[in-house]
Design a binder for this molecule. Structure first.
Ligand code: ACO
Length: 260
């Protein structure tokens, strides 16, 4: 797999996906969306246990590439739609990815960059980073990212942040629920490592199913998920992984998946 704008390294069962256009503050153009899609598709089949998404250089991501976006004025509505769908598909791929994904927010996050953060399961931000939904100031809206951001921070906060376009701090992002933790630079690695270690203790299939559970139960009314939740636990407790997990606890040994 050849990636032009993204780096991919796998170290000790953790995949690191790095946005790599630091000279453009990791703004994403169509090549980066393609590269990220290829990287996340490949990782869905890989045996790594978790994925860390981060940016090279001073910024996590400056959102959509504005040079590229303004060039799209020459394109037809159909081509603009196809292009926007590629970002929508990428966000869905990350959100529904079988592996847990951690956003390591190494610096500012503007516009669409917030969609990448919100599509991740866990987000840790470097203290001093700032965030902004600048879209309305550019005469557009945070359209494709909105399903993930609104689920994460709620409609009320989305109204404040998306309508004003004002910058907010990492501590405010923590308070709003966009990120789960704020760490000073030296502690950022430590915080991310703490999460990848915790994730490596869970059964791989259990983590995958747990992501589906959270999504479905979060989206659907109580009465329509009752059967689904009962079916899930009925299947998982007799599954190979469920039996191994509970058996290892009773035998006072580590489960097989923690040995790899
Ligand atoms: N698209 C294209 N190029 C960009 C983008 C972008 N979104 N953001 C930054 N760049 C480019 C700049 O034009 C500049 O290029 P140049 O060196 O060729 O002149 C280079 O990246 C560095 O930018 P600076 O602004 O000098 O970097 P700084 O570190 O001071 O600030 C920051 C970083 C805060 C991210 C700033 O660049 C910024 O606010 N960018 C605009 C972000 C934005 O509004 N994005 C929303 C896009 S809309 C959407 O996502 C749907």
């Amino acid at each position: 797999m050849e990636l032009e704008t993204v780096q991919l390294h796998i170290i000790d069962n953790v995949a690191h996906v790095i946005l790599n256009r630091p000279e453009k503050r990791n703004a994403f153009n169509s090549q980066m969306i393609m590269d990220l899609t290829d990287a996340f598709r490949t990782l869905a089949e890989h045996s790594c246990r978790s994925i860390v998404l981060t940016g090279e250089g001073s910024t996590f991501s400056a959102g959509a590439d504005l040079d590229y976006m303004s060039e799209m004025r020459e394109a037809s509505h159909q081509d603009n739609l196809k292009d926007a769908m590629r970002l929508a598909d990428l966000l869905e791929l990350i959100y529904t990815h079988p592996k847990p994904v951690i956003a390591r927010v190494n610096g500012p996050v503007v516009g669409g960059g917030n969609g990448l953060v919100a599509a991740c399961d866990i987000a840790v931000a470097k203290k001093g980073s700032f965030f902004a939904f600048s879209e309305v100031r550019l005469g557009i809206t945070p359209a494709t990212i909105s399903p993930y951001v609104i689920r994460r921070i709620g409609e009320g906060r989305a109204r404040l942040l998306m309508l004003t376009g004002e910058r907010f701090t990492a501590d405010q992002a923590l308070e709003y629920g966009l990120v789960h933790r704020v760490a000073v630079m030296g502690d950022l690695e430590h915080a991310v490592h703490g999460y990848t270690t915790a994730l490596s203790l869970g059964g791989p299939k259990a983590l995958e199913e747990c992501k589906k559970l959270i999504q479905k139960v979060g989206e659907e009314p109580l009465d329509s998920v009752k059967n689904y939740t009962a079916e899930m636990i009925a299947d998982l407790r007799v599954s190979e992984e469920g039996q191994e997990g509970m058996g290892s606890y009773l035998d006072r040994r580590d489960p097989e998946w923690q040995k790899g």
